[in-house]
Design a protein around this ligand. Structure first.
Ligand code: NAP
Ligand code: ZN
Length: 350
């Protein structure tokens, strides 16, 4: 076993604090990664506060991980020592069920092994995420990081990037499409950049007027304030696609009114409470309300290669791990521009 330094929440609502854990010795198909950077996703906050239920403590969050391969098992072919590697929201799946075979490991019928707040496929060994110095993962779930990407700014691609890339692809986002992105945080800013890179006409729908200039710099052509009711009448029937990234409870019906007939609204944000949706919000205009959860490993690799080709990475603020609790508070105040990334070197020697 390898002793690894980390930051963990010892129980629900506890602030994160230094923690020591053990990683397994790498098996024949495993890679041992020295973590360099880990992005801070709003899902980390939902989970350390047990807002989705079923949280397991102590919890080491973090699923936007970039590092360098330190050691490989004898049967590993995908990566070699010294390569860059990424790990996202999953570390394993059965690999045999119909969904795994379709490259949808996130929907593994046995339940994918989540990077933290879950278990390995043995359903016993607790998983610990990327707020840690080292990680051991089966090579199938390690991503190749194109070397042209800025490493810290690429870390958020492993969750925020794939979570927004996937629905844009599923709904065939293309040149001239009118795409509205709801909420300008970590996911939202990636949705703006990616939709703009695909040629869409992007409108940012935000509660924060102060983010207008940023939204336009990121690639949005329009910015509209959702606190203002006039926005919803002005933009009624306008969008082909809405990507909703809001992390808190909100009225979905209002946004459905912004879709053109047969337009789609895709939920990627995961607020703790269920939303009430009126049938009438969907009936008039044959509208589609959908969801999307991260992406499979093949699609995540495709997204990383796409981002290298199109020079898309996150706008980040690098923090030492000692500032993680403050970063959570700032995210809860919508004060993130636009992803915190932990410099794991700040953890000190393992
Ligand atoms: P984030 O950086 O905190 O951004 C969320 C944004 O939502 C905020 O910046 C704010 O944008 C808006 N918002 C927050 N509270 C709001 C409220 N009460 N009313 C209206 N707008 C509000 O969070 P994130 O990391 O992007 O994550 C967003 C959500 O996606 C979280 O629920 C997370 O768990 C979920 N998620 C889902 C997946 C998936 O696979 N589907 C993957 C990762 C994350 P403005 O200031 O512009 O209004
Ligand atoms: Zn995430």
């Amino acid at each position: 076993m390898l002793k690894t330094s980390a930051y963990a929440a010892s129980q629900v609502h506890a602030p994160l604090a230094p923690f020591s854990l053990e990683r397994r010795d790498p098996g024949p198909r495993d890679v041992l990664i020295d973590v360099l950077y880990c992005g801070v996703c709003h899902s980390d906050i939902h989970q350390v506060r047990d807002e989705w239920g079923g949280a397991v403590f102590p919890m080491v969050p973090g699923h936007e991980i970039i590092g360098r391969v330190k050691q490989v098992g004898k049967d590993v072919t995908k990566l070699k020592v010294g390569d860059l590697a990424g790990v996202g929201c999953m570390v394993d799946s059965c690999g045999e069920c119909a969904n795994c075979k379709r490259d949808l490991e996130q929907f593994c019928q046995k339940g994918a092994a989540l990077t933290y707040n879950g278990t390995e496929m043995d359903r016993k060994t607790q998983t610990y995420g990327g707020y840690s110095a080292q990680l051991v993962v089966t090579e199938r779930f390690a991503l190749k990081i194109p070397p042209s990407l800025d490493l810290a700014a690429a870390a958020p691609l492993l969750c925020a990037g794939i979570t927004t890339y996937s629905p844009l692809r599923q709904w065939n986002c293309k040149k001239g499409d009118r795409v509205g992105v709801v909420g300008l945080g970590g996911l939202g800013h990636m949705a703006v950049k990616l939709a703009a890179s695909m040629g869409a006409e992007v409108t940012m729908l935000s509660t924060s007027r102060a983010k207008e200039a940023d939204a336009k710099r990121l690639g949005a052509q329009e910015f509209e304030l959702t606190k203002d009711d006039a926005t919803f009448s002005k933009l009624a029937g306008r969008f082909d696609l809405l990507i909703d990234t809001i992390s808190a409870n909100h009225d979905i019906n209002k946004y459905l009114g912004l879709l053109r007939p047969e337009g789609a609204m895709v939920l990627v944000g995961a607020p703790p409470e269920p939303a009430a949706v009126s049938a009438f919000s969907l009936l008039g205009g044959n509208k589609r309300l959908a969801g999307s959860m991260i992406g499979g490993i093949a699609e995540t690799q495709e997204m990383l290669d796409y981002c290298a080709q199109h020079k898309v990475v996150s706008d980040i603020e690098i923090i030492p791990i000692q500032q993680i609790n403050e970063a959570y508070e700032r995210m809860l105040k919508n004060d993130v521009r636009y992803r915190f990334v932990i410099d794991i070197a700040s953890l000190g020697a393992a």
